[in-house]
Design a protein around this ligand. Structure first.
Ligand code: C2E
Ligand code: MG
Ligand code: MG
Length: 742
């Protein structure tokens, strides 16, 4: 396609006869056409001939187009053209090849890099022209420039990278960047050629790193992991390392290592981890504290709850017996009253007081008393129905609230309570019996509220006590008045002794055989300025209940003995003194001692004193009663059984008592003339007394008929208005003096 030599030219130069030359020319032509570079033949700075490639490089379609064109057009400027000439000709002139890379200009004016190689055809004759080979190296040039830029960039990267970059060969440093040196504290170039052992803390660490990394690199893979390197100053530098063989196919070419100092990060991580741990621990601690606090709170709440329950319990129950106390009773009673009101149903309240409970406490101690109360509480509870309330007010007082119970029902319950109390209680080795006195109040007639009902039942109970105990009484409005008086008397009685309102009267007891005054009975009198004369039958039970009886009794004993001493001194030497003794006095353990002391005080023989006891002394505790009697008897003091026949003494009991005489109660004596029954009783008592070796005294003898019967039956003594009323000491003295001496 391209022919530097035209056919006529070939023909002209290559005559038919000159065949070898023609062949050489054709060969040359082929060579030129197939050359990858532009080739031009210049003479006088003009194109004589060029190949197709040359024309293409400059943007011409055909090589022909360039023939005769001045080479100046191939240069960007005239200066550039001339400069090349200046540089090329001296070289060419010496017959040498001139080589240069220059910017040339294409037909369209655009510039490109060309590589020029020129040579004179005949160095001796420059006019023969020159041959130039041109290669378009624009691409190559650009690629080169890009490569250079890339290399520079890489170098920049290498130098300014914030990671350490190391090239190693056989574990020796061939190259590293500045950062790596700085990271390990070395100055620039200091590590060149060093073994990598230099930046490990120990031989072992270095070997270990080698064992870990190289198998990976040798397998053509990237090693990625942490390595602990060593700073020049010896401090450890933890690095995140990535390494790779430069040529995975040939590990011997070495490897590249990129190391990032993560010491700080590690430290920060460690700090963070420890901070985290701290936090975790603190959270755990707090959680535990919180849990403990919550537990404590729970415990406290439970304790408080238990406390509150306990407080509630203590506020509403009796600690000893576990029965509801007065407060809880009041609540229940108010409720029961409301229900009774709404439903028009009955309601009863029983006030119960144990007879002589104080004696148990005094003689056997509080522990026995408490144990007894507990047992009694159980028995009370067992008698009533589920919906009834048995409560303890304290001491030996109980209240039973019986919703739905009318008078009949309440009486039945009271009867059952009496029945239940007949069986003895076994407290330790003590066998104790404890009878209750009960008062019953009914809703609504005896009270429409709790307080009034309680008061009414209390009054009725008090009455039951006065009426001989171990019984129950329904409240009546009259009782109210009596109880008001009882309260008045009780208060007035407190001052009676000190204000000298008490004195003694004496009533003679006549011997039915001799008609003489054998003894006199001391009877207490109370003269109150406002209340007038108060009978001992009324105030003695009050004194017993309030405990004042002990003081009064002692005063009576002393006054009576003083009087007897006086009469003895006045010649009534055989006279004995009978003194009434309350059951409460009798239960005083120190009684025998007191009596002896008092007799000694007045220098009176024991036989001159006669203590009148009632059957009640032995009701609660016969054993102790017998023992007290024995003691008194041993001291020579005589005892008589007062009001005999009205109590519960059995014959067998009587046999065990050291009783000197029986005083037949005046209720039997009163009707002797017209009641055959009483006569039978009186004569039986007299015979029984005789059989037991006891004397008999008849009380309340008012008529000669009574006296006659008693004498007939063999009664020893008599006392009563028939002979004399109770008299003052002077009166009695006068009375005695009227009797014939014996
Ligand atoms: P008592 O020991 O049975 O005393 C006899 C009571 O009968 C006395 O009443 C007396 O005045 C009364 N009396 C005597 N003869 C007759 C009579 O022919 N007909 C009638 N209807 N009554 C007669 P008093 O003095 O009122 O005493 C009553 C009770 O008071 C006594 O009964 C006695 O149990 C008690 N008492 C009196 N003084 C004392 C005392 O100093 N201490 C104690 N503990 N009780 C005393
Ligand atoms: Mg008496
Ligand atoms: Mg009597």
């Amino acid at each position: 396609m391209f022919a530097p030599y035209s056919a006529p030219e070939l023909q002209r130069t290559g005559a038919a006869s000159d065949v070898p030359l023609q062949r050489a020319l054709r060969e040359q032509q082929t060579l030129l056409d197939s050359a990858g570079v532009g080739i031009v033949f210049l003479r006088q700075r003009s194109v004589v001939r060029c190949n197709q490639r040359y024309a293409e490089i400059f943007g011409h379609a055909a090589a022909q187009d360039l023939v005769g064109v001045s080479t100046e057009t191939f240069y960007p400027s005239r200066d550039a053209f001339r400069e090349l000439g200046r540089m090329a000709y001296p070289v060419l002139a010496q017959g040498q090849t001139f080589r240069m890379e220059r910017q040339l200009r294409r037909r369209d004016g655009s510039l490109f890099w060309g590589s020029l190689t020129g040579r004179l055809i005949n160095p001796q004759d420059t006019t023969e022209g020159s041959i130039w080979i041109l290669d378009d190296i624009d691409e190559q040039k650009r690629a080169h420039a890009e490569l250079g830029a890339a290399v520079r960039e890489k170098q920049l990267l290498f130098d300014s990278a914030m990671v350490g970059i190391v090239f190693l060969k056989d574990r020796n440093l061939t190259r590293c960047n500045r950062y790596f040196e700085q990271m390990l504290g070395y100055s620039a170039g200091e590590l060149a050629g060093s073994s990598s052992r230099r930046w490990y803390g120990s031989e072992a660490a270095w070997k270990d790193a080698g064992r870990r990394c190289y198998p990976v690199l040798n397998a053509g893979q990237t090693y990625a992991g942490e390595l602990e390197l060593c700073h020049k100053d010896g401090t450890p530098v933890v690095c995140d390392v990535r390494a790779k063989s430069i040529d995975p196919a040939d590990p011997s070419l070495g490897s590249i290592w990129i190391a990032v100092d993560i010491t700080e990060r590690k430290r920060a991580q460690a700090l963070l981890a420890s901070a985290h741990e701290d936090l975790e621990r603190q959270v755990q601690d707090r959680t535990r504290e919180l849990r403990e606090t919550v537990d404590n709170l729970h415990r406290e709440i439970n304790e408080r709850k238990a406390d509150q329950e306990r407080i509630y319990w203590l506020a509403h129950y009796d600690a000893l017996t576990g029965l509801p106390n007065r407060a809880l009773l009041a609540e229940r009673a108010q409720h029961a009253i409301r229900v009774a009101q709404e439903n028009q149903t009955p309601l009863a309240l029983i006030f119960l007081d144990l007879d002589h409970f104080k004696h148990v406490n005094d003689s056997l101690g509080h522990r026995v008393g408490d144990a007894l109360l507990v047992e009694i509480a159980k028995r009370l509870r067992a008698v009533v129905r589920e919906r009834d309330t048995v409560s303890r007010l304290g001491g030996d007082e109980f209240i039973l609230l019986l919703p739905g119970a009318n008078a009949h029902g309440a009486a039945r319950v009271a009867g059952k309570l009496q029945e239940a109390s007949r069986q003895h209680y076994q407290i330790g080795h003590h066998e104790l019996t404890m009878a209750p006195s009960m008062g019953i109040a009914l809703f609504p007639q005896d009270g429409t509220d709790f307080d009034t009902l309680t008061q009414s039942a209390d009054v009725a109970m008090y009455r039951a006590k006065l009426d001989g105990r171990n019984t129950f009484k329904f409240f009546t409005p009259e009782m109210q008045a009596q109880s008001v008086r009882a309260l008045q008397l009780e208060n007035a009685l407190r001052r009676a002794l000190e204000r000298g309102q008490l004195h003694l009267h004496y009533q003679p007891q006549m011997s039915l055989t001799t008609g003489a005054v054998r003894s006199v009975e001391a009877l207490v009198r109370w003269q109150h300025p406002q209340l007038g004369n108060v009978s001992p039958a009324e105030f003695i039970p009050i004194a017993e209940n309030s405990g004042q009886i002990l003081q009064i009794g002692e005063w009576v004993l002393r006054t009576a003995l003083a009087q007897l001493k006086d009469w003895h001194a006045k010649g009534f030497s055989g006279l004995t003194m009978a003194v009434n003794l309350s059951a409460i006095q009798f239960r005083q353990p120190q009684l025998p001692e007191l009596v002896s002391r008092m007799l000694a005080e007045f220098g009176l023989p024991a036989q001159s004193l006669e203590l009148e006891l009632t059957e009640g002394v032995a009701v609660d505790d016969p054993h102790t009663a017998v023992s007290t009697m024995d003691q008194l008897h041993a001291r020579g003091v005589r005892m008589s059984m007062d009001d005999f026949g009205t109590g519960y003494s059995s014959l067998s009991q009587l046999k065990r008592f050291q009783i000197f005489k029986l005083k037949i109660d005046q209720s039997f004596v009163r009707d002797l003339s017209d009641d055959g029954n009483d006569r039978a009783i009186v004569s039986a008592i007299i015979r029984m007394a005789q059989a037991l070796g006891m004397r008999t005294t008849a009380e309340g003898v008012e008529t000669p008929g009574q006296l006659a019967f008693l004498r007939e039956q063999g009664c020893d003594e008599a006392q009563g208005y028939h002979f004399s009323r109770p008299l003052s000491a002077q009166e009695l003295e006068a009375f005695m003096r009227t009797l014939p001496p014996h």
